[in-house]
Write a protein that binds this ligand. Sequence first.
Ligand code: 5GP
Length: 224
Amino acid sequence: MAVKKKKKAAKTSKKPAGGVRAAANAVVREAVKRKRRPGRVFVVAGPSGVGKTTLCKKALEALQGRLHWSISHTTRPQREGEVDARDYHFVSAEKFERMVGRDEFIEHATVHDNYYGTSRKELRRIHKSGGDALVEIDVQGALQIIETFPEAVMIFILPPTLKALEQRLRGRGTDSPAVIRKRLQNAYGEIAEAPAFRYQIVNEDLDHALADLIGVVHAEACRV
Ligand code: 5GP
């Protein structure tokens, strides 16, 4: 008799808990779907000389097929080794201004006397390809994105110290002392904007900073 009773109890416990099970199932399915859903936009900004381009290139290599480089438009002259529509869309100032007039950019800015902008079309292209976008831009442009596109994941790259940034800018050996002084002044103003970003990554050691950036991409895929 006692044995029979036990069997009955076991049977009852196997029964699905109805509404609760369905709710749990919906949570699991939603988490799986969210993780696979493309279309996140990661915006990496920071002062000149902080190493954001190197960091972004390494992150793209590490997350191939998942993270896609957003190709900006610019009016600056093409440099040796650069390829149109791979590194940038190189356009005339007239064409760029026409695009601004038609509201084709999610952000645009003048950097070192040239126009730069991220087009809506470019982000749509990446979304359609099934991936997430990596947008590497200057701080003015990033601040526009914070205003107009709150879903974007904003990441600010910081130097370990201001002294280190100064040394990196001087170490490039490409700019005059006056240009370096101007860039440093700009950098201080830009760093003061970093609290508006969702993430701040200190680039003291490239490997650690890269692990942080990749970590942000993974964390965002799990974000509720
Ligand atoms: P470079 O001409 O050396 O490739 O880039 C100069 C600066 O322009 C860098 O700080 C880079 O992050 C920024 N930049 C590149 N593309 C864009 C863009 O689409 N929008 C904005 N606002 N800045 C950009």
